[in-house]
Structure formats: structure tokens, C-alpha cells
Ligand binder design. Structure first.
Ligand SMILES: *Cc1c(COP(=O)(O)O)cnc(C)c1O
Length: 365
């Protein structure tokens, strides 16, 4: 039997045709690197959160977790305010799991899912797996929403990333509200706030007026819990009811639920960590500009920097930094990003080491 031939016959054409999403590189255990490539939080979770996770590790692990994390959702509603109820909140195994659930809930094969470019590259992969049709339009030159272009695609679902990755910019909330209004009869708008806690404002206040708005957040960035895989979704209670049907029955494990509950119960412990990252983001932006990089203001925990003209190109910067033990993200396969580096905001010490490395590289080049 020709083995490869059979695989071709068994696998769905959509899957055979797709390249598959490439996550940022993760170092091997024990490898010493400065990791500024996947927007993780450089600081560990607060003590209270770690203790709650330890406490969750006991014989009860033989039992399934709460299927819908109701207690955690109550805490989230209480802490976040904005009139939220637990019925409007749904948990995921990472916010990527929520994105998959959204596509399962709303997208039939062949239906259009739209977003702007550049943005989070996972959307396209997830839409392809679902059999949907991914289409994108460029952001407006000022970072605004291309409202007419989006509507013209006749999408069923629209992803708006705010702050956007990898640009770090935020689209004005009034434009998100206007988009929800414009497609109210035909589409849902998914506001991806994976980096929302690093911005100055967010979309929760829009939920009450826009039943077709869904907001997703992640514990991976601001809450220092990327290793736990937790996402939190906010939406109209009637939409949440439908989404619960497509969820894996026990999609968030016991330890993760304990971690998220403790994160909400100790919410103020995160404020100093987030403040430090924002301060460091400002310092990094200034330092990169001094060295000839073009950097727009970012509202995430990363910056997107255009490499100085006439020196190394993007790929050479990636490799030179890697040789010095510093990992950053380079999106070489996206044409409009070929001269840009995306750099996660690390600790003060890590960012100082990055500047030293950049100075060394510029001296040699
Ligand atoms: C990191 C990220 C996510 C995924 O977060 P997880 O909770 O780790 O799955 C979703 N959207 C954007 C824009 C991200 O950058």
C-alpha cells in the first residue's frame, strides 16, 4: 500500500491544503534565553495565585472539574463590574479555544469570516479548519476600521483585535460600536482583547447595547498564566447558552479554574505588574527610537519596530539577536511586515540586555 497516497485520500482537502499555524519558538527545557517572542508576562503569577494552584492539587483531581466553571464566572462578573452576570461569561482552554468555539457556533462551510491585516495569524488557520472562508482588508492608514470594506465582504463573523497584534495599536471603541451596529442583522463581531489589560480602555461597556458583540480575553498575557491555558469570553447570555453546546464538556481543568478564581480574588496584585510592563514599554520605545528604529506607540505588552534603514534586514536582526541568546518574533512570510521586529516587553534587566545587544550588532554591521 502506498502510505502517502492513503493519507491524501483520508484527510479533508482543507487540511491537506493548509500550512498549519506556526507558534513562536519555545526553548528546550534548561536552555538559557531571553524570551521576547511570544508576549508572555516576564513576571510570575502573584503568590496567592500560585498557592491556590498548589492547594488544588490533591486527591480531588480524580474527579472531573466543574463543567462550566460557574464559581469562577461569578467572581469574574463581580470583579469586572459593568453589570456583567455569570451567564454572560464562558471559559476556554486558552482564548484560542474560545475562538474555535465561536467558529463552531457561527460558521457553516463556505461562509465568510473577515478581519483586518495585519492581525493575529491564527484566525485564518482556525477558519480554514472549520471550512470557512477567511478574508481580510487592510486597516485604515490611521489604524481605524475599514468599515465599508468589511461590510462589502458580507461576513458572518468579524475578528477585531484590540490592541491589535502585532501592530499594538487600538482602534477607537466608537468604531467598534459602529461596526456592531452596521452588521447587527448579519454578523457577530469578536473583539479579541488578549492584550486588553495593557490598554487604557476596553469593550466591556459596549456589551449591553450590542447583542452581536463578543469579547475574548486571555489569562496568558496580563495574568501571567500562559502555561495554564485559560481564556474568558463575554457576550449576551443567549449567545453564551449556544456556545456552551459546542464546548468540550470539561474544557478547563481543576487547577486552571483554581488559578483563575484566585486571579480574580487577588485582582489588585496584578496592577503593579501591569504598571511595570507599561513603564518598560515606554522605555523600550524611546530606546529603540534613539537607535533609529521606527516604533509606533503600542498598547500591548510588545512593540513593533521597523529596523533602521540601510543596515541589517529583518531576518538578519532576528538571527543576530538569536546568536546573542535573545528570541524575538519576525513575521517574514507577511510581506508588509518584512522589515519589522515584534519584541515582547520583558523585565527591566532583559530590556537593558536587549539594548546592549542591539548596540553591539549595530557596531559590527
Ligand atoms: C496570545 C493571543 C491569543 C491567545 O491566547 P491564549 O489564551 O494563550 O490562547 C489570542 N489572541 C491574540 C491576539 C493573542 O495575541
Amino acid at each position: 500500500m502506498d502510505h502517502d497516497m492513503s493519507v491524501q485520500q483520508w484527510v479533508r482537502p482543507e487540511i491537506l491544503a493548509m500550512a498549519g499555524y506556526t507558534p513562536g519558538e519555545q526553548p528546550k527545557p534548561g536552555e538559557q534565553v531571553i524570551k521576547l517572542n511570544t508576549n508572555e508576562n516576564p513576571y510570575g503569577p502573584p503568590e496567592a495565585v500560585k498557592q491556590a494552584m498548589h492547594a488544588a492539587i490533591h486527591d480531588n483531581l480524580r474527579r472531573y472539574p466543574s463543567p462550566d466553571g460557574y464559581g469562577v464566572r461569578e467572581a469574574a462578573a463581580r470583579v469586572l463590574g459593568h453589570g456583567l452576570t455569570p451567564e454572560q461569561i464562558i471559559l476556554g482552554n486558552g482564548s484560542d479555544d474560545l475562538l474555535t468555539m465561536l467558529l463552531r457556533t457561527f460558521i457553516d462551510p463556505g461562509q465568510v469570516v473577515a478581519s483586518m491585516e495585519p492581525t493575529y495569524t491564527l484566525y485564518e488557520a482556525l477558519v480554514t479548519i472549520q471550512g470557512g472562508c477567511y478574508r481580510s482588508v487592510p486597516w485604515q492608514p490611521d489604524g481605524g476600521l475599514p468599515l465599508e470594506g468589511l461590510v462589502a465582504l458580507q461576513p458572518k463573523l468579524i475578528f477585531v483585535t484590540r490592541p491589535n497584534a502585532p501592530t499594538g495599536h487600538v482602534v477607537p471603541l466608537e468604531q467598534v460600536a459602529a461596526l456592531c451596529q452596521a452588521v447587527a442583522q448579519s454578523a457577530v463581531v469578536v473583539l479579541d482583547e488578549a492584550y486588553g489589560d495593557f490598554a487604557e480602555d476596553h469593550g466591556l461597556p459596549l456589551l449591553a447595547a450590542h447583542p452581536n458583540l463578543i469579547i475574548t480575553r486571555s489569562a496568558s498575557k496580563s495574568l501571567s498564566l500562559a502555561g495554564m491555558r485559560i481564556g474568558i469570553g463575554f457576550m449576551h447570555a443567549d449567545v453564551a447558552l449556544q456556545m456552551h453546546k459546542v464546548r468540550d464538556s470539561y474544557n478547563v481543568d481543576r487547577v486552571a479554574q483554581a488559578a483563575l478564581l484566585a486571579a480574580y480574588e487577588n485582582w489588585s496584585d496584578y496592577a503593579p505588574l501591569i504598571a511595570r510592563i507599561k513603564q518598560q514599554r515606554q522605555w523600550t520605545t524611546t530606546q529603540l527610537r534613539k537607535r533609529g528604529f521606527e516604533v509606533k506607540d503600542s498598547y500591548g505588552n510588545f512593540v513593533l519596530a521597523r529596523v533602521p534603514q540601510g543596515g541589517l534586514d529583518g531576518l538578519q536582526w532576528l538571527e543576530s539577536l538569536k546568536k546573542r541568546g535573545i528570541l524575538i518574533r519576525y513575521f517574514g512570510s507577511i510581506p508588509q511586515l518584512s522589515e519589522f521586529l515584534r519584541i515582547t516587553i520583558g523585565t527591566e534587566e532583559e530590556m537593558a540586555l536587549l539594548m546592549t545587544a542591539i548596540d553591539e550588532i549595530m557596531k559590527v554591521a
